[in-house]
Design a protein. Structure first.
Length: 301
């Protein structure tokens, strides 16, 4: 195993052997591997296993049965048998394997080591880029966000797709608990129509300019935060200070133009100093430039 900076890269070679051996004796194993590992042979650290897994995939795509003989024949056809360890190595991989009972555990261990190696490679390249003064700092940061998002997508792909039976039971449990998921809306009309801000829902507030969209969303965000729920408000248009002024004007019932024109009266100042609403409030207003943050994926990361 090649060392990087005096350290061995993360790997689970023993589990790799078990996975490859299981692939050669259990026809169902390939479906589990493709689901978890995808078709990327580089998930395996040992080059012998990379070549064998590649051959297995080719056989699968050609609808050819997968076993020791067919895999060896495929490796011979592509002149990869020696790189794959030879026929004796491939035969020995199946010794001691009786079933695929623990295959999913072995696969996940190998996959996680692969992700660690990817992270090491990404970070090493980014460090080199950061030392290179010819590269824009913003370009390096954007590259980091892109790479992180790619890994997040790969992690998300590992989530199990619920079966109809599982969803059926989940609906029954939710109905038994009689608890509406999400957070109640402050606006009663909206609450009546959508029954609260639901977990996992995307709600779009749309209207013509100057119709009160921002004021409405700010009011709802403040109401949710008052309930103790953390809220992130990301703005591409107004600054965080401007949005905070609007919130203070609504909360303290002060005309917003007074904040804008810096014409607060002594009574207004008294209300402001007596206000404790915004102390330790879990409401975070983030102002961003669209050129830097231009996708939901980047926003979430």
């Amino acid at each position: 195993m090649e060392q990087i900076n005096g350290k061995l890269p993360p790997s689970e070679v023993d589990f790799e052997r078990l996975i490859i051996g299981t692939l050669l004796i259990d026809r169902k194993a390939i479906d589990v591997c493709i689901k978890r590992l995808g078709r990327n042979s580089e998930v395996f650290y040992d080059q012998r296993h990379v070549e064998i897994y590649t051959a297995v995939q080719k056989l699968k795509e050609s609808d050819i049965p997968i076993d020791m003989i067919t895999v060896i024949q495929e490796l011979k056809r592509t002149d990869k048998l020696a790189i794959a360890g030879g026929d004796h190595y491939i035969i020995n991989l199946t010794l001691g394997i009786s079933s695929s009972a623990h295959l999913d555990y072995h696969v996940m261990a190998v996959w996680q080591s692969y992700l660690r190696r990817r992270l090491i490679s990404i970070c090493a390249n980014l460090i080199d880029d950061a030392y290179n003064k010819t590269d824009s700092t913003l370009d390096i940061f954007t590259k980091l966000q892109t790479k992180v998002f790619e890994i997040e997508e790969e992690i998300a792909s590992q989530q199990e797709t619920p079966t109809a039976q599982h969803l059926f039971q989940q609906v029954i449990e939710q109905q038994k608990q009689n608890v509406i998921p999400g957070v109640p809306c402050k606006n009663r009309d909206i609450q009546f129509r959508i029954n609260g801000w639901r977990n996992g829902s995307l709600v779009v507030i749309g209207a013509r300019p100057a119709m009160g969209k921002t004021a409405f969303v700010l009011d709802e965000a403040l109401g949710i935060a008052k309930q103790g729920n953390p809220v992130a408000f990301v703005s591409f248009e107004m600054s965080a200070v401007e949005l905070q002024e609007r919130q203070m004007a609504n909360e303290l019932e002060i005309n917003g133009t007074k904040f804008r024109d810096r014409q607060l009266s002594d009574q207004d100042w008294q209300r402001i100093y007596q206000c404790s609403t915004f102390e330790n409030l879990p409401l975070y207003i983030i102002e961003e430039k669209p050129s830097i943050l231009n996708s939901i994926g980047q926003l979430l990361s």
